[in-house]
Write a new protein. Structure first.
Lengths: 121, 108
C-alpha cells in the first residue's frame, strides 16, 4: 500500500535552517510528481512547492521562493524540503503528497500525516 | 496567480441534510483542473473530487462536484456524521497550485 512518512520537523530558531524528508513506499516513486503542503496552526492548507518525477522541474509559492528548496532522491524513494531563513510564519505541519494524473484520477491522491515545524526563539 | 475564494467559511448542518460549498476562482481554471479535499484533524487530507466533477476512488455518490471556468460547487447529499470536516478546493492547472481558505462543515 502507498505510504508517505514525513520526518525532520522540530523546534528551530528564527533565521536557522531545517531539512524535512518524506519517505515513500508502495509505489514507483520515480514516476510521480510530488508536492509539499503546509498547515499553520488554526489555518487552512497552503501549497508550498512541487517537483517533477525526474527532479528537473520545480515550482514554489511566493511565500517560500528563494528560501526553500525541494529535491528528491529516486534511488532512495525520498522527497526532501530544505528550509532556510526560517521565520515564525513558517511554523506549520508540513505534509508531502503524491500527485497523480491519469484517466481515472488527478490531484493529490496520497498524503503523509505531516511533521511539525515550530520556529521560535 | 489564481486566488480561490471559498464560501461559506463555516456551514452548520444536521445529519441527513445537504451541504453546498462554493469555490470561486479569480481567473479561469485551466481545463477545469479543480479538486476538492476533505480534511479531518489529525488525519491526512483526502481527495474527494478532481476535474471539477469526477469522484475520486472510493468516494460515495453522495458527493458531487460541478462547475467550470471560475465557479465550482461541491454538494454533499444526506450528510453523515463522518462528513463533518473541513473542505478545501485546489486548482492544479496553473502554478502556484493554491488552495482555497476552506469551508468548515460542522454539526448543528
Amino acid at each position: 500500500q502507498v505510504q508517505l512518512v514525513e520526518s525532520g520537523g522540530g523546534v528551530v530558531q528564527p533565521g536557522r535552517s531545517l531539512r524535512l524528508s518524506c519517505a515513500a513506499s508502495g509505489f514507483t516513486f520515480s514516476s510521480f510528481p510530488m508536492h509539499w503542503v503546509r498547515q499553520a496552526p488554526g489555518k487552512g492548507l497552503e501549497w508550498v512547492t512541487n517537483i517533477s518525477p525526474d527532479g528537473s522541474d520545480k515550482k514554489y509559492s511566493d511565500s517560500v521562493m528563494g528560501r526553500f528548496t525541494i529535491s528528491r532522491d529516486n534511488s532512495k524513494n525520498i522527497l526532501y524540503l530544505q528550509m532556510n531563513s526560517l521565520t515564525s510564519e513558517d511554523t506549520a505541519v508540513y505534509l508531502c503528497a503524491r500527485y497523480v494524473y491519469t484517466d481515472s484520477s488527478q490531484g493529490l491522491d496520497y498524503w503523509g500525516q505531516g511533521t511539525l515545524v515550530t520556529v521560535s526563539s | 496567480e489564481i486566488v480561490l475564494t471559498q464560501s461559506p467559511g463555516t456551514l452548520s448542518l444536521s445529519p441527513g441534510e445537504s451541504a453546498t460549498l462554493s469555490c470561486r476562482a479569480s481567473q479561469t481554471v485551466k481545463r477545469n483542473f479543480l479538486a476538492w479535499y476533505q480534511h479531518k484533524p489529525g488525519q491526512a487530507p483526502r481527495l474527494i473530487i478532481y476535474g471539477a466533477s469526477r469522484r475520486a476512488t472510493g468516494i460515495p455518490d453522495r458527493f458531487s462536484g460541478s462547475g467550470s471556468g471560475t465557479d465550482f460547487t461541491l454538494t454533499i447529499r444526506r450528510l453523515e456524521s463522518e462528513d463533518f470536516a473541513a473542505y478545501y478546493c485546489q486548482q492544479y492547472g496553473t502554478s502556484p497550485y493554491d488552495f482555497g481558505q476552506g469551508t468548515k462543515l460542522d454539526i448543528k
